[in-house]
Design a protein around this ligand. Structure first.
Ligand code: SF4
Length: 64
């Protein structure tokens, strides 16, 4: 499971660059994300979580 802390997220969109199938920074300036990405997306989701400057992305259960 993936969750994003909206209080931390400053919409840098790095997550979208790293995992465009799982994160979408929309025109309304909100971040939409897939809370349960398919397993083949998890490597890029993990990378997004690592690179998020605000450490706003949390992977539960090791991201499985
Ligand atoms: S990289 Fe982090 S701070 Fe930036 S939009 Fe994604 S979750 Fe938010």
């Amino acid at each position: 499971m993936v969750s994003v802390d909206n209080n931390r997220c400053h919409l840098y969109a790095i997550c979208q660059q790293e995992a465009p199938s799982s994160f979408l920074l929309a025109e309304d300036h909100r971040l939409y994300y897939d809370a349960a990405p398919p397993s083949h997306q998890m490597a890029s989701v993990r990378q997004a979580a690592r690179l998020c400057p605000m450490q706003a992305i949390t992977l539960e259960n090791g991201g499985r």
